[in-house]
Ligand binder design. Structure first.
Ligand code: PXL
Length: 286
């Protein structure tokens, strides 16, 4: 007989890009598959994501953030995690900060994925001022999940291309905790051309772990959101930070491999759906 426990609940604060598999169209199904209730606070509605696709529509939902916060607060809702990603405007940095302040408790976690840049560059819609504002929002995070480009912008440092050294990565991890979060999961870590993955650092224990998998060539869109959602699924299912990062690396890699073999347009996102069974086995839910 299944033992019934209280279901975990996440507030997912991301945009909804109608086509292209990223942000909410990735976070909601992954969290749901992992048995977690996912509430959505949409930051913007786009026809597609902005990565390599032109002509997308963009409806900014800044004006809805505070009314969502107030309504959810009036319902007395409790979230086990507050998970933010792509924000729709500069003003949302403060509004999402208020959202965090409203729903932060002693027993929940704030996971911030500072979505704004990759491959050494800010996404076209973001400015250096936005990056500075994001660094302020990161002060509220318990767990920060940047890629190496985002880490560089958050620290105000020049981006360095890989392959990296352990000294470089460990220095970056430690500097990132100065922004506020005690736990860092850095993505896009590689020491040679054969493997790629994540590094985790828990400042409270001083532990650093590397979770690497065989590297698949190409830049696949939306993989940061697949990774972040899988990481959070691991954490809320009782796995440690490095175990959860390992689950997320394996899930993201399997999804990328299938997409690579199918020769799908890399802008259209990865086939994370058909990796769900193995993901659930890794989470010990199947
Ligand atoms: O996956 C990150 C992301 C989320 N949302 C939108 C994006 C991007 C990356 O380009 O454009 C709208």
């Amino acid at each position: 007989m299944e033992k019934i426990t209280r279901q975990k609940r996440v507030a997912a604060v991301h945009d909804i890009s109608g086509f292209g598999k990223c942000s909410l169209t990735v976070a909601l199904p992954i969290l749901s598959a992992a048995g977690i209730e996912a509430a959505a606070l949409p930051t913007a509605v786009l026809s597609t994501h902005t990565g390599g696709i032109s002509g997308f529509t963009y409806r900014d939902l800044t004006a809805d953030i505070r009314p969502f916060t107030e309504h959810w607060n009036s319902l007395g809702l409790h979230f086990d995690a507050l998970y933010s990603g792509f924000l729709g405007s500069f003003e949302q940095l403060d509004l999402v900060g208020e959202f965090f302040d409203t729903f932060k408790t002693d027993d929940n976690i704030i996971l911030v994925d500072p979505v704004m840049a990759d491959n050494g560059e800010l996404y076209k819609i973001f400015t250096p001022e936005f990056a500075a504002g994001m660094a302020k929002l990161c002060e509220k995070a318990d767990i920060l999940v940047p890629n190496i480009t985002e880490a560089s912008f958050l620290l105000g440092e020049a981006y360095q291309e890989g392959p990296y050294t352990k000294t470089f990565i460990e220095d970056l991890l430690k500097k990132l905790t100065r922004l506020g979060a005690d736990k860092i999961v850095l993505t896009g870590v590689f020491f040679d051309e054969n493997e790629l993955g994540a590094a985790t650092y828990d400042k409270t224990t001083g532990t650093i772990d590397y979770l690497l998998a065989p590297r698949i060539p190409g830049y696949f869109h939306g993989t940061g959101d697949v990774f972040g959602s899988a990481l959070l699924s691991g954490l809320l299912n009782g796995f440690s930070l490095s175990e959860s990062a390992g689950i997320a690396v394996r899930y993201t890699t399997e999804s990328i491999r299938r997409t690579f073999e199918a020769k799908t347009d890399i802008r259209f996102g990865v086939d994370f759906e058909r990796s769900i069974p193995n993901f659930l086995k890794d989470l010990k839910l199947l």
